[in-house]
Design a protein. Structure first.
Length: 324
């Protein structure tokens, strides 16, 4: 009988891990459990009032040959994004920035890459809207606790949820992993009034990034802005009322000369675990006795490719253990 593996989380780490395992061990029984309605995790797109916003990861880069070759079959799911990038500051003059490597975005949406990995060459078994609350059972015969039901048994359980959630689920101490939260403000705009034609890195400000959505390849012509607050501001306002945070972010956009954002139309999203500040500094986690494992950006860094690299290294350690 083939081994049964449960993977918690269907962001880039979870779907890549499932695909890598099944490529080498096609008879493995792999199920992904994802608490959201769709896959992608922080490679996210949100719809409000007919407008689409990539409110999480803004782009990804490809620096390793392993990621490059993994992405080869999924070329249709992403494209190079070449916005004009400016540096803005409330206290200094704007100046242009040069990107020295290609920056990619999922097409037509940021989560399209994860959807592509999930679908081809054959569909992965993904169960969405399934929030795993805990584990029961014993090593090799684990059950996932989901809405009062025990789902299983599984020979192995892997969590790709952010480190604090993985720590709670798997009973591991991951307290040395540190995250910064981030507020994302999504603003539908009038094309004629769009104050930014590309993207801007913001300095000396409570904001750190603004991008115009319609400059991204494969998006419609609907004008929109996404602004990200800095980690410091987001941490300090983590539990502040959403209206207050939204108003402060809009005031700061105006301060930077980015006018025309309607307060009523703007929507705020809080990413509690947005960017990894201090990773675990281990490629992945694996406990062969307990038959539990963990992977994700938090093992290595703060980027989409780090999440993939962690999944890749976990797959290389898991395959011999699953194949015996
Ligand atoms: C605002 C923001 C901007 C960013 N910008 C960039 C950028 O420009 N470039 C870049 O490379 N990276 C960027 N990142 C980081 C990048 O998004 C992440 O590094 C990467 O997406 C992490 O992938 P992952 O699979 O490890 O985790 P995630 O994408 O977080 O996936 C984990 C999944 O686990 C699910 N989950 C959690 N708990 C449970 C549970 N109990 N049961 C079931 N499912 C669960 C979650 O819903 C999620 O789908 C940004 C992130 C944010 C938030």
């Amino acid at each position: 009988m083939s081994a049964r593996v449960a993977i918690i989380g269907a962001g880039i780490a979870g779907v890549s891990l499932a695909r890598l395992l099944l490529t080498r061990l096609p008879h493995l029984d792999v199920t992904l459990f994802e608490k959201s309605r769709g896959v992608g995790g922080r490679m996210a797109t949100r719809y409000t009032d007919g407008c689409e916003f990539d409110h999480g990861a803004q782009f990804f880069t490809v620096r390793t040959t392993a990621f490059e070759s993994f992405l080869e079959p999924y070329q249709a799911c992403f494209q190079t994004w070449e916005p004009g990038v400016t540096t803005l500051s409330p206290v200094g003059k704007p100046y242009g920035r040069i990107w020295f490597e290609p920056h990619y975005v999922g097409v037509p949406r940021m989560n399209s890459l994860c959807r592509g990995i999930m679908s081809a060459p054959d569909p992965l078994n993904v169960r969405t809207q399934q929030q795993v609350q805990g584990l029961s059972g014993c090593p090799g015969e684990w059950f996932l606790e989901i809405e009062g039901e025990s789902v299983g048994p599984f020979n192995w359980v892997v969590s790709t949820a952010p480190a604090p959630q993985t720590a709670a689920l798997l009973g591991m101490d991951l307290s040395r992993v540190v995250y910064a939260p981030a507020f994302a403000l999504m603003v539908p705009m009038d094309q004629a009034q769009l104050p930014l034609s590309g993207a801007a890195v913001i300095k000396d400000s409570l904001l750190e990034w603004v991008a115009a959505g319609s400059t991204r390849p494969g998006r419609g012509s609907q004008a929109s802005l996404v602004a990200h607050a800095s980690g410091r501001f987001s941490q300090a306002h983590l539990d502040a009322p959403a209206d207050q945070v939204r108003d402060e972010m809009i005031r700061e956009l105006e301060h930077l000369g980015l006018n025309g954002c309607s307060r009523d139309a703007a929507v705020l999203h809080r990413w509690r675990y947005a960017r990894v500040l201090e990773p675990l500094d281990e490629p992945c986690l694996i406990d062969s006795e307990q038959r539990i494992a963990g992977a994700g950006d938090w093992c290595i860094g703060a980027r989409v490719e780090d999440a993939f690299s962690s999944a890749l290294q976990l797959s290389q350690q898991l395959i011999p253990r699953l194949n015996c």
